[in-house]
Write a new protein. Sequence first.
Lengths: 112, 115
Amino acid sequence: GDSVTQMEGPVTLSEEAFLTINCTYTATGYPSLFWYVQYPGEGLQLLLKATKADDKGSNKGFEATYRKETTSFHLEKGSVQVSDSAVYFCALSRNAGNMLTFGGGTRLMVKP
Amino acid sequence: EAGVTQFPSHSVIEKGQTVTLRCDPISGHDNLYWYRRVMGKEIKFLLHFVKESKQDESGMPNNRFLAERTGGTYSTLKVQPAELEDSGVYFCASSPRTSVGYGYTFGSGTRLTVV
């Protein structure tokens, strides 16, 4: 079945550091890929997405590129802020109902 | 527009009791999804409604879980009787479209603790 694997956290960075959170997936066909973010006390929010190979999703300074050859969708940001502290979830959808398959989540802590 | 609303935000119940979670989707969203995250594990799909019909309930763990969506508006998820392993965070989400790749809007979740 479909699966998503992302690096375990927590990831602790200083403000303005470069961020990479790795995400790889296993799925047949051509899934759509997502990053969701959950800030403390809030629900999941769609951060960015990509629906086909080589697409780059971007939002709020975050980027991720759909790499079919490596089945990856790594999340990057050039300079993190304290306000980026949250849990980040990588996910895919493939079926007609648009059901999401999630990775385990990665907690990011950014220190001033 | 108002977002997806879930309540209660927290619920603590004893093993064997019944709990009902409610989700109010964004108005006009035909698609409603339930997910849950059991402590330390991935967020897992439970089921998908299109209007009042269950489109996919393949993720429902067992027959102690019953989901309904009255008139295609709000949805309830009842757990009866609750067991310790049901503890976790239950998320609801809604979407106006079913298209693969269409992101949806999640609620803040209900944290259920069974003691």
